[in-house]
Design a protein around this ligand. Structure first.
Ligand code: PMP
Length: 352
């Protein structure tokens, strides 16, 4: 068998999403919440293991509909929002346009499905480059545009005015991926759904303490939901996730408390990093902070030696690492370790 010849060329050219488990003491690499919903696990006991899941996730959709003030007909559930990206590109095809750097799955899935991908660099402030984006929209006529706001890995929200111009000037679907919206200071785009028929909002429960469940959802005009629903696998969200998510979403107070703790932890992390010589943190509206250092690889390795795992993004944003907000203790341990590493770096430089 010649495997290389059998695999489709678009797939053979791909590199798998890099999500290895690296052993560590403090895990701050994957934009997870440090706070889970342990008590909600009790709901898993009610699951009938011999039965298929509810294909429509009706109970969960009901809860999401009430929590977000949108109709059930406007919601589509995914096995994580990753899966919804897959479904959206399967439904509409390419060209798929997105700014870079951004969440890598838009490009990976676009290419895996054999679609043309168009990448437009962000400006110097990591905001959308309005002129280049609009020119690319006119020239390439994308069927789909993905805008992650707040953006992963830069952490900032894109200017709302620029996003609106792109929605208004695009003939295709514009997906505003609001995975990190719960941590942002400004309101997201949900209230604008009624004004723009080509707008899709994506949300996930992964960043707010339920990453283990793999549950994302999109909100859009009912016609879009109905089309994308045709390519959805029938039982894409399993019974355990449906039950546990429904129980967790009822704990509104727990959710609010953890969000507040993460936002204040992020602001303290940012201020702490600003005080360390040689570290340049980028302002964040998400549950992580991107920061630049002179030798990102070396700082990454030194942190890991101290048991602290962050994300090395040197290959994506030159000289940058990304740290996820942890518990106050984890944040303090990270800041302390980073301060020690940076001061050692300075001493080495002074001696040299
Ligand atoms: N969108 C963005 C911007 C993300 O950063 C991520 C996760 N890293 C996702 C979507 C995927 O989230 P999920 O766990 O719901 O698949």
């Amino acid at each position: 068998m010649n495997l290389k010849r059998l695999v489709k060329k678009e797939v053979s050219r791909l590199r798998a999403y890099d999500a290895k488990e690296i052993p560590c003491r403090i895990k701050l690499d994957a934009n997870e919440s440090p706070y889970g919903f342990g008590p909600a696990l009790k709901a898993a006991k009610t699951v009938l293991t011999n039965r298929y899941p509810d294909p429509d996730a009706a109970r969960l959709k009901g809860l999401l509909s009430r929590s977000f003030g949108v109709k059930e007909a406007n919601i589509l559930q995914g096995n994580g929002s990753d899966e919804l990206i897959y479904y959206l590109i399967t439904t509409f095809g390419g060209p798929v346009l997105y700014p870079v750097p951004t969440f890598s799955m838009y490009g990976i899935i676009g290419r895996a499905l054999g679609e043309e991908t168009v990448e437009i660099p962000l400006d110097g402030e990591f905001d959308l480059d309005e002129d280049r984006m609009l020119r690319a929209v006119r020239k390439t006529k994308p069927k789909l545009i993905f805008l992650s706001s707040p953006n992963n890995p830069t952490g900032n929200c894109f200017s709302a005015g620029k996003i609106l111009k792109i929605i208004e000037q695009s003939r295709g679907i514009v997906v505003v991926d609001e995975a990190y919206q719960p941590f942002a200071s400004e309101e997201g785009f949900l209230p604008l759904l009624k004004d723009y028929e080509n707008l899709v909002i994506m949300r996930t429960l992964s960043k707010i303490g339920l990453a283990a469940l793999r549950l994302g959802f999109m909100v859009a005009e009912a016609g879009i939901v109905a089309e994308v629903n045709k390519v959805r696998l029938p039982f894409n969200v399993n019974s355990f996730s449906q039950a546990v998510a429904a129980a967790a979403l009822k704990d509104r107070r727990g959710l609010q408390t953890s969000l507040r703790a993460i936002v204040s932890g992020r602001d303290l992390l940012f201020e702490g990093m600003e005080k360390i010589e040689g570290v340049r943190p980028h302002p964040s509206e998400a549950n992580f902070v991107l920061f630049a250092v002179k030798d990102a690889d070396k700082v990454y390795r030194s942190l890991l030696k101290k048991g602290i795992l962050v994300r090395n993004l040197d290959g994506v944003v030159k000289g940058c690492l990304r740290v996820t907000v942890g518990t106050p203790r984890e944040n303090a341990a990270f800041l302390k370790a980073l301060a020690v590493i940076m001061s050692k770096e300075r001493q080495i430089k002074e001696v040299a």
